[in-house]
Design a protein around this ligand. Structure first.
Ligand code: LLP
Length: 433
């Protein structure tokens, strides 16, 4: 809790700025990102990884939240970057990010995306399958030099999380199974191909994972596979263990903290490398959510309340599932507060809903709140990851602005969309043969 929050406990402050001041200055709905909190998390991850004698690097997973301002922060905090599309790559390069520290992911990169990555000197391409390898082989030119690559594999670990965000069950669309012979053959082929420099293998077992055991199990499977590859002549130098570190959204969520768990994980890896007789590996991780989720808050204005004949209490806010999709998509839970009445005791349970035309438009299923008043500010907490990045224009709703706050000051990092923006790409052409 910040100093300003202590002085005014009744009023929500983010990065030392009151939610009311932010809503007045920038309008609502508004995504607010606490820059210091983002930087702090980045440092925690780097510090936890840096304690090991193994070489390590932390890659921020862009998909969680990316803007030009965010890229600058990543660069300043000395993290590498995981991108999954030409658009994320473009954003990173436009902000001046060092291409050699970019890792390009994705299970179906287009020829245009691969060409763009090769031409911009992207450090590492994380290849998902044989079709991608073939695409790269046909696009590669000698001027590209040997392209560093990592192969995404699937160790078949079932992490306990939502089905949509669990990624390494045996029938997942991502990567190639370590239990299939073809994977080994592809790795052998990649190692021999002078157009490529095979660095290692990657896995990502899912997102919002709470137990260490899933990560340990994945690491163990991957290390055994590395040992098997060595015995078959394939040299692996880098092991990328992906992201997926869980965060606290509501009371009762108890994620492992990177400070405790990463040094333990690295110690295990180090010992197992020795036991299995493989040279020390470079270990990469790719946190997205764990860096930004808790740093974000969305501010809304209350339009009113309604109690149905069935006795259900709704509070209507000026946003919707278009700026907050995770509740309806994953059944995600959030805490909400009335930003100017933080110390008042809750009276009722409310369902927070927005203005989108569908019953599924729910932002928070059950929020305990004092009776919301028309026009006051309602804040939904921990919305920094996969909110702005998953926002849509459903119902032709303009996307909210994004601001960063730090040390009592605020700055706009993404302008609010206007109605003109909504029709900017629309054209009225005649049919042509
Ligand atoms: N690395 C890879 C290869 C990934 O596929 C992902 C997430 C990450 C890293 C970062 O995972 P994180 O640390 O953020 O959990 N839209 C969903 C999450 C989808 C995650 C997909 N991949 C959500 O809102 O929960």
């Amino acid at each position: 809790i910040s100093e300003t929050q202590k002085v005014h406990p009744e009023e929500l402050h983010i990065g030392g700025v009151s939610a009311r001041a932010l809503a007045e200055k920038y309008g609502t709905p508004l995504y607010v990102m606490d820059e210091e909190a983002i930087r702090q998390r980045m440092r925690e991850f780097k510090y936890a990884m840096g304690k090991s004698s193994l070489a390590t690097d932390v890659l921020y997973a862009s998909k969680a939240f990316l803007t030009l301002a965010m890229v600058k922060i990543i660069q300043e905090e000395d993290l590498s970057l995981d991108v999954v599309s030409g658009g994320e790559l473009y954003t990173a390069l436009a902000a001046g990010f060092d291409p050699s520290r970019i890792y390009f992911h994705g299970n179906n990169k287009s020829p245009e995306e691969l060409e763009y990555a090769l031409a911009s000197g992207v450090g590492t391409i994380i290849v998902d399958n044989e079709d991608e390898v073939e695409r790269m082989e046909s696009l590669w030119t000698p001027s590209n030099g040997p392209q560093s690559i990592i192969l995404r594999v699937n160790p078949g670990i079932e992490a306990h999380t939502h089905e949509y965000i669990s990624t390494t069950k045996n029938d997942s669309k991502f990567g190639l199974s370590i239990f299939q012979e073809e994977t080994l053959l592809l790795l052998q082929r990649l190692q021999e191909d002078p157009r490529f420099s095979l660095q290692g293998i990657h896995c990502h077992i899912g997102s919002q994972i709470f137990e260490k055991s899933s990560f340990f199990a994945a690491a163990e499977e991957m290390l055994q596979y590395v040992a098997k590859l060595y015995s078959q002549g394939v040299v692996i130098r880098t092991l990328n263990l992906g992201g997926g570190f869980g965060v606290r959204y509501v009371e009762g969520d108890e994620p492992v903290s990177p400070e405790d768990f990463l040094p333990e994980l690295l110690k295990i890896v180090e010992n197992r490398c020795q036991e299995l007789g493989i040279p020390p590996l470079k270990i990469l991780i790719e946190p997205g959510r764990a860096i930004v989720a808790n740093a974000g808050t969305t501010l809304y204005r209350v339009g009113g309340t309604k109690t149905t004949f069935g006795g259900k209490n709704y509070v209507f806010v000026d946003g919707s599932m278009a700026d907050h999709i995770r509740t309806v998509l994953y059944g995600a839970e959030y805490e909400a507060v009335l930003a100017e009445r933080m110390t008042e005791l809750p009276e009722e349970t409310y369902t927070i809903t927005g203005k989108a035309c569908e019953s599924g438009d729910i932002l928070v299923r059950e929020a305990r709140l004092p009776k919301p008043r028309k026009g006051e500010i309602l804040a939904i907490l921990s919305t920094g990851a996969y909110h702005y990045s998953m926002a849509s224009n459903y119902n032709r709703l303009p996307k909210p602005a994004v601001v960063m706050v730090r040390e009592g000051k605020s700055r706009l990092v993404v302008k609010r969309e206007t109605y003109e923006d909504l029709i900017r790409q629309d054209v009225e052409e005649e049919y042509e043969a």
